[in-house]
Write a protein that binds this ligand. Structure first.
Ligand code: SF4
Length: 341
């Protein structure tokens, strides 16, 4: 799968570097000074690179933990995100990473201990409050877990910090590392979904909806707290029937008691990222959809957005209590009122 591994000279001998390299014995290992020379190089083609991405092993300096935008969260007041990886093995046509990054190569930061120190510092700022840490913003939290051993390192860490929550966000079915151990009460394993009809067309290389539900069922049996993420909501003229079918399928297998939270959010992209994505896939039907610019973001027209959010929220309330539902929308956005009704 990986045939080229770039390694920053500074972490060439790091134990995590050695472990990762041992998994790709046939790869070429190429030293580099800083990962940005490879990752941020100009004139790269994300689409071409996606066919054969290289792995870049790097050390992160600073900015380990960032605040989430106001209005995003799953019940906590203190919300942060962090990224042990950049990019993802899947290839969703709506994924903002392809608009945000120049390169499709995977960057993996091996210095977990520095991330953990930064998380501890955030927790220490408000020790009596609950803090939420989201791990799947710039990558899929679990898809490469067998290589990165992310959960093996971070679950015991969060187990020691019961006033901090970890969200693993994923479309992967790589849940073996979780099934092998006891659940921790302050971890939410959150799975993202669009309806099967949309997923089959737009979510390339992603496990089928039914397989993801199967993985959730296994985690449920082991007692893990689960999350459902319907973000972004993707419009299709038949979207109502598609989302109804999806919810029926999910809630046939999942018990509400296993759910920590259910969140939903509209399809939105900053205009420059959208333009980058359009350049990569000019024939993509998603980008021919009823999209327009509103306040520097590309989204569906307000009436479609409101109708979708309202409909999806109502159908979710057939299965889950309102207390579990969280909109992922900036706090001052007018559509928030639809979701808070
Ligand atoms: S699974 Fe998430 S991170 Fe990966 S390509 Fe799809 S949207 Fe992007």
């Amino acid at each position: 799968m990986i045939d080229t591994v770039y390694i920053e000279e500074e972490i060439w001998d790091h134990s995590r570097t050695r472990e990762v390299c041992a998994r790709f014995p046939k790869a070429r290992f190429i030293p580099c000074e800083r990962y940005g020379e490879i990752f941020n190089r100009k004139a790269q083609n994300f689409r071409l690179q996606k066919n054969r991405p290289a792995l870049i092993l790097a050390k992160k300096y600073g900015h380990f933990i960032l605040e989430t935008p106001k209005g995003y969260g799953i019940g906590g007041e203190r919300n942060f995100y962090f990224s042990h990886m950049l990019n993802c093995i899947y290839d969703c046509r709506y994924c903002f990473l392809q608009g945000m990054f120049r390169s499709a190569n995977y960057v993996f930061y091996v210095n977990y201990e520095d991330f953990q120190q930064a998380i501890e510092a955030k927790i220490a700022e408000a020790p009596s409050a609950e803090s939420y840490f989201f791990s799947g913003y710039d990558c899929d939290s679990l898809a490469l877990d067998s290589v990165t051993k992310f959960t093996e390192s971070f679950l015991p860490f969060f187990e020691r910090h019961s006033n901090a929550w970890l969200e693993l966000r994923t479309k992967s079915v790589q849940v073996q590392s979780l099934l092998r151990r006891d659940p921790i009460p302050n971890c939410v394993v959150a799975f993202s979904f669009t309806p099967s009809e949309i997923s089959d067309v737009l979510e390339h290389k992603v496990p089928k909806v039914s397989h993801r539900i199967g993985a959730m069922e296994k985690l449920q049996e082991r007692g893990w707290r689960l999350g459902l993420r319907f973000d972004p909501l993707i419009y299709h003229e038949d979207y109502k029937a598609q989302y109804e079918r999806l919810f029926r399928e999910i809630f046939l297998s999942l018990k509400v008691e296993s759910l920590h939270s259910v969140s939903l959010g509209p399809f939105r992209l900053p205009k420059p990222w959208y333009e980058n994505m359009y350049r990569l896939y000019p024939d993509e039907k998603l980008f021919a959809g009823p999209l327009g610019e509103h306040r520097g973001m590309i989204s569906y027209p307000v009436e479609i957005e409101q109708e979708m959010l309202g409909f999806v929220r109502e159908r979710l309330l057939d299965y889950t209590p309102q207390s579990l539902l969280y909109p992922c929308i900036p706090r001052n956005d007018p559509v928030v009122s639809i979701l808070k009704k």
